[in-house]
Design a protein around this ligand. Structure first.
Ligand SMILES: [Fe+2]
Length: 222
């Protein structure tokens, strides 16, 4: 049973006139609705790695005039962080060899990068990128500060906009984790942290969505 906290309307499994229920899934960070279309439906969305401990999670959404493939292409370009987002990343190195025990080595790559915090400080980490499904790219911190943390980028098609061109929502979940003893205190101020995390993700995606839109515009040029 679903209850609208605003209107008080209740919806059971059968819906009501004008309201059709869809299968839904709550993964703890994102709420999913299954809109059956192309491809065989699955019981639950394919999720990538998630931290196994306490987390602070924030979700940012940006909409672009492009197709999901343009968003995924941007996210799977491991080198662009250094020259496209110099305010956030430095000392970026793409480690060519995937981990030898990776189940799908062709879908994965490793990056060593330093997240910059202001002009004088940076946090070096090792991150692994993988794709749990065709429109999702996951970046997991596998070494360094915040190991286990995940940035999960979902490119969701929204259909055509008023101009007839496609719209794609980038829904990015930042799921931060740390084994440091003080992380419990950090979680208490999650309400303050979440807007900062969302703001950092939106700043990166302001640049990245321009990249995806340029890619789409060039491809659709007649
Ligand atoms: Fe980017």
């Amino acid at each position: 049973m679903l209850v609208c906290r605003w209107h008080g309307m209740t919806l059971g499994p059968g819906g009501r006139p004008g309201w059709q229920p869809f299968p839904a899934h709550d993964d703890g960070v994102l709420a999913w609705v299954r809109l059956d279309g192309a491809g065989a439906p699955t019981e639950a969305p394919a999720l990538g790695p998630r931290p196994a401990g306490p987390v602070v999670a924030a979700v940012a959404t940006v909409v672009g005039r492009c197709e999901p493939a343009d968003v995924v292409a941007n996210r799977l370009d491991p080198w662009h962080g250094a020259w496209f987002h110099p305010y956030s990343f430095t000392a970026l190195r793409v480690v060519s060899a995937p981990p030898p025990d990776a189940p799908d080595p062709e879908d994965r790559f490793l990056v060593e990068v330093t997240f910059t915090l202001g002009r004088r400080f940076g946090v070096p980490v090792r991150a692994e990128f993988s794709c749990p499904d065709a429109r999702t790219v996951t970046m997991e911190i596998v070494g360094g500060e915040g190991a286990g943390s995940v940035v999960e980028t979902h490119a969701t098609p929204l259909g055509p906009g008023p101009d007839g061109r496609p719209r794609t929502a980038v829904i990015e979940a930042v799921v931060a984790h740390s084994d440091r003893p003080g992380f419990g205190h950090v979680r208490r101020v999650a309400g303050v942290l979440r807007p900062l995390m969302r703001g950092a993700a939106r700043r990166l995606w302001r640049d990245d969505i321009a990249y995806a839109e340029r890619r789409y515009a060039l491809r659709s040029r007649t």
